[in-house]
Design a protein around this ligand. Structure first.
Ligand code: TMP
Length: 213
């Protein structure tokens, strides 16, 4: 029962944190699918045609890049590194190059330019936002999609940020102690997952009604 309660609490925390961040991203002029939070566990979003690419942004080496390239966890990168993975569970979400995306038509070169521009702007913005609350944004994953204003019209779709932004798809380390405040606590069985997500919410100024714990 306690693990069930814990899982539910995490999803509620993610819902509120993602609402807060999506609204902030929208305010800096990047279109998102987010419309409004409906309740603790649901949000209303625009229906997008999802581009089957995961965009991973890295500021500090951590996670899969370390064993893949033999790099020590925690090394600050000299520049922001953007990686792409194909969204395909059967293939294990393989890492791909921008050229694959264009060659196989998962997105056009123009769409990829927009995605790249939005990704770097989001990274700059979120890095500062988290730094302001004493958290290092190590890396995160974004997804984008196409929004058609009118399904029947032939007008170009608008590229929008989709999915969520929460401690489930970001690595967040406390700026003072480098303590992990994200899903790695679960992945590495460190415990204190709910407490870490609650601390992120608190520092962001996101207020959440009493949770069931
Ligand atoms: P990675 O180190 O496992 O490649 O992950 C990099 C970042 O992207 C990390 O913050 C977790 C996030 N991520 C997801 O949210 N979903 C995914 O499927 C993958 C591969 C990464």
């Amino acid at each position: 029962l306690s693990s069930l309660t814990r899982r539910i609490s995490i999803s509620v925390l993610n819902n509120y944190i993602s609402e807060h961040i999506m609204q902030a991203v929208e305010q800096i002029g990047i279109p998102t699918h987010f419309l409004k939070r409906l309740n603790d566990r649901e949000q209303l979003i625009r229906k997008l045609e999802i581009i089957p690419v995961e965009v991973v942004v890295r500021n500090v080496a951590a996670g899969s890049i370390c064993p893949r390239l033999g790099i020590e966890e925690g090394s600050a990168l000299p520049n922001t590194l953007v990686e792409f993975c194909l969204k395909d569970d059967v293939l294990g979400d393989p890492i791909i190059a921008a050229e694959h995306i264009i060659t196989f038509g998962w997105a056009s070169a123009d769409e990829l330019d927009v995605i790249y521009d939005y990704t770097l702007r989001i990274n700059d913005f979120l890095t500062g936002l988290f730094y302001g609350i004493g958290v290092r944004l190590i890396d995160f994953k974004l997804e984008f999609g196409r929004f058609y204003h009118d399904q029947d019209a032939a007008d170009d779709p608008v590229i929008m940020l989709a999915d969520e932004i929460s401690p489930d798809n970001c690595r967040l380390w406390d700026a003072q102690t480098n303590e992990k405040m994200d899903k790695d606590r679960f992945r590495r069985d460190l415990g204190g997952l709910v407490e870490a997500y609650q601390e992120i919410a608190k520092r962001l100024g996101v207020s959440i009604p009493d949770l069931d714990q």
